[in-house]
Design a protein around this ligand. Structure first.
Ligand SMILES: [Zn+2]
Length: 200
């Protein structure tokens, strides 16, 4: 489920009982943005993220769409990353994605690639293990590396997978990689052509 995570505590279990995996938009890390741009509030979204982590086994990742001048200050990114580490730990994948002008937000420019790179560096430096950039060409920013031996595990280009070195959920060095990965012989499949690991 792709979700804004804006849901009451009463409704959460009713909806998420049908969900195996979720990508939660954390649209900003200020109440000002949530109130002014989305007419909602930040705290209920943070509550949902904490609930997913501590009360369920649902696999979830976080996406932060960076809009120039609205939510792309380095300090805000730092505070967002610190909150994730403190409340969710270092294993929840965090995606920083590029905005482009559309619908009612035509007055903002598209997100510079440098902004996304900077955000990813902030996250990795803070200790988040899996951080990616999206909606731009950035092979390095879309590669999964082992947090222990730092070898490349999954190399991507947009939705294509170019290299895949996981065995189940393990790096060849033995480190367990968080996520839900097919247990089958992935490398053999990759040699036969395009490879799409399946969620199990
Ligand atoms: Zn490794």
């Amino acid at each position: 489920m792709v979700t804004a995570g804006y849901i009451t505590p009463e409704a959460r279990p009713e909806v998420f009982r049908y969900i195996d995996a979720a990508n939660v938009d954390l649209k900003a890390f200020t109440e000002r943005f949530y109130h002014k741009v989305t007419f909602s509030h930040l705290d209920p979204v943070l509550d949902t993220l904490r609930w997913l982590k501590h009360e369920t086994d649902i696999w979830f990742e976080i996406t932060n769409l960076m809009i120039p001048g609205e939510n792309d200050e380095a300090d805000e990114t730092r505070r967002l990353c610190d909150w994730v580490l403190k409340n969710l730990g270092d294993n929840v994948p965090l995606h920083f994605t590029a905005f482009h002008p559309d619908f009612k937000l035509m007055d903002k420019p598209k997100t510079p690639a440098a902004t996304l790179k900077r955000a990813r560096q902030i996250a990795l430096s803070a200790g988040i293990k899996y951080c990616y950039v999206g909606n731009v060409f950035d092979e390095e920013g879309q590669t999964t590396c082992c947090p222990s031996c730092h070898n490349v595990l999954i190399r991507r280009s947009w939705h294509d997978i170019l290299e895949y070195n996981l065995d189940g959920n393990r790096c060849p060095c033995g480190e367990t990689i968080q996520g839900i990965f097919s247990a089958s012989d992935s490398r053999r499949k990759l040699r036969q052509g395009r490879f799409y690991p399946s969620l199990v």
